[in-house]
Design a protein around this ligand. Structure first.
Ligand code: HEC
Length: 197
């Protein structure tokens, strides 16, 4: 664990010192012939992701953020990324930390209450002019009971593709996530890609 963190920080330092030119070189130039992410077959999504995933992980980790640099060690909740429509029609894939995983991966629809300390991190990426672009890493963190009654104790946050914290409006995120109130505000991946427990 400690080793992984040190490695991520070391990578971040190297990445930042060499600046934008190095960042461009780091881009693996992932391409697809599909018109849009909606037209991609499951296999096309998988090979597109295979090209994107390491690059995404490095980009989110480059500032040593406490979620951005570790989320890939968590439990993945889907068999591949998928487009749900929400989150700007991007391909999405969610990871759950150890506190969250047991409950999240049941994908229950009634009476769900996530334990405090649960963190869900969702990668997002898109296809623009035939090339892969990295969107934000969307994060939901369950706070102690009573810490934020207006968001049902969730804290919403996000990282840019340069590993920087985004300014996030709690009400913007929650106003949509509250639609899944019986699932403690969680929308879950599309059914066809859910990892079965
Ligand atoms: C218009 C509705 C909408 C808005 C606004 C929205 N989300 Fe989501 N969110 C969804 C849907 C739908 C999913 C499940 C889709 C998927 O992951 O395939 C989801 C999934 C997530 C997940 C994975 C956990 C889960 O619910 O299963 C995280 C983390 C997340 N969103 C964070 C955020 C953050 C942070 C914001 C604000 C910046 C935000 N969301 C705004 C609809 C929304």
């Amino acid at each position: 664990m400690k080793y992984a963190l040190v490695t991520a920080a070391g990578f971040a330092a190297a990445f930042m010192m060499t600046g934008n030119a190095a960042q461009a070189q780091q881009s693996p130039n992932c391409t697809s012939d599909a018109e849009s992410v909606w037209d991609m077959s499951a296999d096309e999504v998988k090979s597109f992701y295979a090209c994107m995933e390491e690059w995404m992980q490095q980009c989110y980790a480059q500032n040593g953020h406490d979620v951005g640099s570790v989320y890939r060690e968590w439990t993945v909740s889907s068999t591949r990324p998928a487009v749900a429509g929400a989150h700007s029609n991007r391909l999405l894939q969610t990871f759950a930390n150890d506190i969250a995983a047991g409950q999240y991966l049941k994908f229950e629809t009634e009476g769900v209450e996530m334990p405090a300390g649960s963190v869900l991190a969702k990668e997002s990426f898109a296809l623009k002019n035939g090339k892969g672009v990295i969107g934000p890493l969307f994060i939901m963190t369950k706070l102690e009971e009573g810490a934020s009654p207006e968001t049902n104790d969730w804290h919403y946050s996000g990282l840019t593709n340069t590993g920087d914290e985004m300014r996030v409006s709690q009400s913007f995120c929650h106003d949509c996530h509250v639609s899944w109130e019986a699932q403690d505000g969680m929308a879950y991946p599309l059914e066809e890609v859910r990892v079965s427990n």
